[in-house]
Design a protein around this ligand. Structure first.
Ligand SMILES: Nc1ncnc2c1ncn2[C@@H]1O[C@H](COP(=O)(O)OP(=O)(O)OP(=O)(O)O)[C@@H](O)[C@H]1O
Length: 385
């Protein structure tokens, strides 16, 4: 049973344009192939890559325990929270309403409310184990809440990704995991094109062209035939970004959202800058002057800064811009990522949002928990066991 669930998870993850394994042994890769064969009877949603699967996770029926939260109400920064009622509902891409999630006895989320709107660049911060990655996985549909709702473009998602194909048609989610999660047994090109090879009928030549465009966008032209093991850590991150933005240009999704889990973890400061600026540039709206995008990169020093790359960062390929990366979410501990890559911050603590506000207020706010996190002080609301 566990094996089946793992295979199901892998299938789901591959439909997101990502995988949950950093590398695959031959046996593990065979299990993916086996899962693929077993799923042949499943209906495929061309263009979205979504598979119709039987629900495996049901919402708990008992009311959640709401004890033990640090703050009953979140603190907000100087501008109204984007979740304020005055803003149009139609702009909301993802919403978590009173979400609770536990793993066994471990209560990770205890009534989490988050709203992500079209066009937003949002950072999620908080101490280790506070549930940031779990929040991302809930929003992406990799796990289901025990209690509460995850809404995609106003529609309640039932179960997890693939249980509700209609939801997958509303929002295409690209996921970049902490470790890059590349298939070590595939080439870089096969990794980037994986979603399209697996879930569309596009001709290989077309997929190769789309792959080349996405690699160019992350400044890695011409590395298609390399193995992931031949890449540096920074290059692997950028290949993971390329994989997250690839899409079937014959079926552009209405909205695209990218979720990054610790995209700069383990990178040197210069490589971090490259990735942070890439995250920004991939989000550039299609209508924006492409020249300004290039000059922004240059003024940030991006083109010259990457210790890994000989090439400058390319233009965002047209296929990545169709529909556009409507919004993105970054889970991070890095101050530079907060500074460079996001506009709004959400602070998670003890399973709830305890502060949210503009990213620039991270450095100035006197809210004790944010201040402690910023300074790394041992005294404050965050305790360590
Ligand atoms: N699939 C799972 N099974 C069991 N426990 C889990 C699972 N996923 C997460 N957890 C637990 O949930 C808690 C929160 O994990 P999560 O990865 O969301 O935290 P985080 O805030 O992202 O941490 P970090 O900053 O260290 O990456 C941790 O105690 C973790 O062990």
């Amino acid at each position: 049973m566990a094996g089946c669930l793992e295979q199901l998870q892998l299938r789901r993850d591959s439909s997101l344009g990502c995988t949950c394994q950093s590398s695959f042994s031959g046996e593990c890769y065979r299990s993916v192939v086996l899962a693929r064969c077993q799923s042949r009877s499943a209906k495929r949603q061309k263009g979205t890559g979504a598979l119709r699967c039987s629900p495996v996770l049901a919402a708990a029926t008992s009311a959640p325990d709401t004890q033990g939260s640090y703050l009953d109400q979140p603190h907000f920064g100087s501008v109204p929270a984007p979740s304020a009622n005055s803003q149009p509902e139609a702009d909301i891409l993802v919403e978590m309403r009173n979400v609770h999630k536990a793993f066994g006895e471990k209560k990770v989320l205890r009534g989490c409310n988050i709203t992500i709107r079209r066009g937003e660049a949002v950072g999620i911060i908080g101490s280790s184990g506070s549930g940031k990655s779990t929040t991302l996985r809930l929003m992406a549909g990799l796990v289901a809440p025990d209690w509460g709702e995850v809404r995609i473009c106003g529609q309640v998602r039932k179960g997890v990704l693939g249980d509700d194909p209609h939801i997958s048609d509303l929002l295409q989610v690209g996921m970049v995991f902490q470790n890059g999660a590349l298939f070590d047994s595939l080439t870089v090109g096969e990794n980037v094109g994986f979603l399209l090879y697996e879930h569309t009928d596009l001709a290989p030549e077309r997929i190769q062209a789309l792959t080349a465009g996405c690699l160019e966008a992350v400044g890695l032209s011409g590395v298609e035939d390399l193995q992931p093991a031949q890449l540096s850590g920074g290059m692997r991150k950028r290949v993971a970004l390329a994989r997250a933005i690839i899409r079937d240009d014959t079926h552009p999704a209405l909205n695209q959202m990218i979720m990054y889990d610790e995209p700069t973890a383990g990178l040197d400061p210069v490589a971090s800058t490259v990735v942070e600026d890439l995250i920004r540039s991939l989000h550039t709206p299609p209508s924006a002057d492409s020249a300004s995008s290039s000059s922004t990169s240059s003024s940030n020093g991006t083109a010259d800064a990457d210790a890994d790359a000989d090439q400058s960062i390319g233009e965002v390929p047209q296929q990545a811009q169709q529909g556009g990366v409507a919004s993105y979410i970054v889970v991070t501990h890095q101050h530079s990522t907060i500074r460079r890559a996001v506009d709004r911050l959400i602070f998670l603590h003890e399973g709830k949002v305890v502060w949210e506000g503009p990213a620039e207020e991270f450095n100035t706010t006197d809210v004790p928990i944010v201040k402690q996190f910023r300074t790394g002080s041992l005294s404050g609301p965050i305790s360590f066991d």
